[in-house]
Design a protein around this ligand. Structure first.
Ligand SMILES: Nc1ncnc2c1ncn2[C@@H]1O[C@H](COP(=O)(O)OP(=O)(O)O)[C@@H](O)[C@H]1O
Ligand SMILES: [Mg+2]
Length: 289
């Protein structure tokens, strides 16, 4: 990793940068160990998931913090540090979470999250995990579970913006499975960028933005990402982006340009979806008892 990744955790974002409502919980040593326990390669664990020990009963103080946030937000989109468990999005419908059980399942069985934890563990020698889970609002280190208020986003209104030497040099449609035609987004996004650029001290980075419904069409920041690393270049390549001088907009304009992106690269041989579905059925049965 070339970037200081901590700066991409929401609580460490530059002050004044507005985005969706969100709260972050610094995870205790116990929870971090639970997430790491019996790594993703141990198929046995996946075959016999410990249902009663699913992380909710085991971590009452985390459950209380999460429930308080859920009382306010109703449902949430989750991230651990700078990554969301997007490889679980087929299993957890739309990545919309309403209880700690599903949150723990998604975190524990996501290959994306596992990879992030492995990389982060290598980087941070002194982990210094707190004894208890705690809500954090100030810049922090460690494992931070971010709960973002869930919003139903229109997929054609999301754009990824590439910033090099503090200059906006590329805007790509974010979801590449649909056709989009509106080129007017370029000026709107440039205007928004001009307003926030001075808040961000990093030279090269990638912003994900969302254009709110007409007529207002406010631009809302969705995410602040590192340049390269895991941040996909969408309709560009990083080689191209390295040489651009002026801002370019790229959209999926016709059927031939459609790309079906997936996270299958993260899946191990075990079928995680089937497993989690089984678990959810068991969970429902338990609840009915
Ligand atoms: N608060 C939210 N509510 C609903 N969907 C969201 C929310 N935040 C993000 N998303 C969706 O998830 C995608 C990835 O979110 P993001 O925070 O960028 O995670 P990552 O950095 O791991 O890609 C976004 O492009 C958006 O479609
Ligand atoms: Mg991101």
């Amino acid at each position: 990793m070339n970037n200081n990744m901590n700066q991409f955790c929401r609580v460490n974002w530059p002050k004044g940068l507005k985005s969706f409502k969100s709260k972050s919980i610094r995870l205790s040593q116990e929870v971090v160990s639970y997430l790491k326990e019996d790594g993703i390669l141990l198929n046995d664990v996946w075959k016999r998931p410990p249902l009663q020990d699913n992380g909710t009963k085991r971590f009452p103080e985390l459950e209380q913090l999460v429930n308080e946030i859920l009382d306010d937000f109703e449902s949430v989109f989750i991230k651990l540090n700078w990554r969301a468990p997007l490889d679980c999005q087929n299993t957890f419908q739309d990545m919309c979470f309403q209880d700690l059980y599903d949150i723990m399942m998604a975190l524990k069985y996501s290959g994306v999250i596992m990879e992030m934890i492995e990389d982060y563990d290598e980087q941070v020698i002194d982990q210094n995990h707190p004894e208890k889970c705690q809500l954090v609002a100030q810049p922090s280190q460690g494992y931070l579970l971010e709960l973002k208020k869930y919003y139903k986003l229109r997929p054609n209104a999301e754009f990824r913006c590439f910033v090099k030497n503090k200059k906006l040099i590329g805007i790509s449609q974010k979801n590449l499975y649909l056709i989009t035609e509106d080129e007017s987004v370029k000026d709107k996004i440039q205007n928004y960028f001009n307003k926030i650029v001075d808040l961000i001290e990093i030279d090269n980075y990638v912003l994900d933005v969302y254009i709110d419904i007409p007529p207002k069409e406010n631009i809302i920041l969705v995410d602040l990402n590192p340049w390269q690393e895991h941040t996909r270049p969408k309709l560009f390549t990083y080689e191209e982006l390295d040489i651009f001088q002026e801002c370019q907009l790229r959209l999926v304009k016709n059927k031939d340009m459609i790309v079906q992106e997936d996270y299958s690269g993260y899946r191990e041989s075990v079928d995680i979806e089937t497993l989690i579905q089984q678990q959810q059925q068991e969970k429902q049965q338990l609840q009915q008892q």
